[in-house]
Design a protein around this ligand. Structure first.
Ligand code: ATP
Ligand code: MG
Length: 426
């Protein structure tokens, strides 16, 4: 992509209404623009990152045997009346009337719709287990939308819903999702941590929140330091991981904490996922049953598993930035290379840049080429701001010597390398 042809409205100053760093940087880097309170438009650079998040989620969900579906954003009120949540959900639900004066709503979540699909189409125990997921927009009329995509009103979620024959099978599915979530976030180059979550009225201990560790995170989380070692291992010992102490602030009581202070890690985190087994709650309320081996009626044991995909983009920035801008992990970077022409219009610089640019294009390596007439200072600061992992800087002197400068965004380390070695160097 040539910057001269791209749509990248960057800003030098922080917008006044943006108080957290991810919000500031996403606006400044031209990734998003606010359309209404808590509602955003994704511009090309931001959308590229969001799509990478989606892709990684999808790959790992598919590997875990979940099946992708796509449910509507607009739902009929009847289903929620059946589950008993139409009144219970409160003002976060955006309620609408259609032209026939029927109550409809913009889905804040999809348990009701998926349970309805299930009951109408699955009749036998032989069809279990099933885990259905989608990556789609939710609307929650948050009382205080803030921090940009961290707490938007419209946001992208991966939500999946599992149906199992009994508790034992449901626990297996739950554990598979628990493991899958670790894989998803690690594959994004991020640092996930699972903490026990409150199961409220439903009870049981099958609920975890997934947090991404970031110094600027909203929640304080406390966990057994042994977790750090466990999570470095290639193989997952889920029983051990789940038995270890790990709580977010609302669940952690210092006086009651069973592990000694020196063994307790205290970090900040951002909640990006939530997995939850709620047993027969919806299957019973909505009369979704299958026939068992002996003709008996069985209510499937259900769970739901969410990832705030759009919040992940913001959380990745909270965890990876410096005073100059974003530092993308390679896995999420919108481009791998920022190619900077120090003197656009200079015959040699232009020629060398074009050559390098074409080479990357041929190899399917995502490159953003700053071919504009901006000053070198501006070009360098934009490349830093948008956080591309590797910068290749082509100036007249080094180009004349057959060389270019390669700068690593994260370490700031610079190297001069031969133009002919560029592909090898990466
Ligand atoms: P929170 O406590 O942050 O409001 P929640 O418990 O309402 O979260 P869930 O219903 O479990 O969230 O939704 C699954 C995931 O969706 C959350 O873990 C979070 O990452 C994301 N999410 C929830 N609300 C929002 C929001 N308003 N904006 C962006 N992402 C959100
Ligand atoms: Mg909420």
């Amino acid at each position: 992509m040539k910057l001269s042809q791209y749509f990248l409205p960057t800003l030098k100053e922080n917008p006044i209404d943006a108080t957290v760093v991810s919000h500031q940087l996403m606006i400044r880097a031209g990734m998003i623009r606010q359309t209404a309170s808590g509602i955003y438009t994704w511009l090309p650079l931001g959308l590229k990152v969001l799509r990478k998040v989606e892709k990684i989620i999808k790959e790992e969900m598919d590997k875990a045997g979940a099946l992708e579906i796509l449910m509507p954003t607009i739902q009929p009120a009847e289903l929620w009346i059946e589950s008993g949540r139409f009144d219970a959900y409160g003002k976060e639900m955006l309620r609408i009337k259609d032209r026939h004066d029927r109550d409809i709503l913009y889905g804040p979540t999809h348990e009701e719709v998926v349970t309805d699909i299930f009951r109408k189409n699955v009749t036998s125990y032989k069809d279990l287990p099933k885990n259905l997921y989608q990556i789609h927009w939710k609307f929650r009329d948050e009382i205080r939308p803030r921090f940009g995509l961290m707490r938007g009103r419209e946001f992208l979620m991966k939500d999946s819903y599992s149906f199992d024959i009994d508790e034992v099978s449901a626990k297996k599915t739950y554990n598979l999702m628990y493991e899958t979530y670790f894989k998803i976030f690690r594959k994004m180059g991020l640092k996930p941590m699972a903490v026990k979550a409150d199961t409220g009225a439903i009870g049981g201990d099958l609920s975890h929140e997934f947090h991404l560790l970031a110094d600027t995170g909203e929640s304080a989380i406390y966990y057994d330091k042994k977790f750090d070692e466990l999570s470095k291992l290639k193989t997952f010992d889920i029983t051990q991981m789940q038995s270890m102490y790990a709580m977010a602030d609302e669940m952690h009581v210092a006086e009651k904490c069973p592990i000694p202070a020196e063994q307790l890690a205290s970090r900040r985190g951002i909640e990006v996922g939530h997995i939850f087994n709620f047993g027969l709650k919806y299957s019973k309320a909505m009369e979704a049953s299958v026939m068992g081996a002996n003709g008996e009626k069985i209510y499937p044991n259900m769970g739901s598993y969410g990832i705030g995909a759009s919040r992940v983009v913001a959380a990745a920035i909270e965890a990876n930035h410096d005073q100059n801008g974003i530092i993308w992990p390679k896995e999420l970077a919108p481009f791998q290379i920022a190619l900077i022409n120090v003197r656009s219009g200079d015959e040699l610089c232009d020629k060398v840049c074009e050559e390098i640019y074409n080479k990357f294009q041929e190899q399917n390596i995502e490159v953003i080429y700053d071919d504009t007439k901006a000053s070198l200072g501006q070009k360098l600061s934009i490349a830093d701001l948008i956080g591309i992992p590797t910068q290749i800087i082509v100036g007249p002197k080094s180009a004349a010597a057959g060389k270019v400068e390669v700068k690593d965004r994260k370490s700031g380390e610079k190297n001069e390398i031969e133009i002919s070695e560029i592909l090898k160097f990466l």
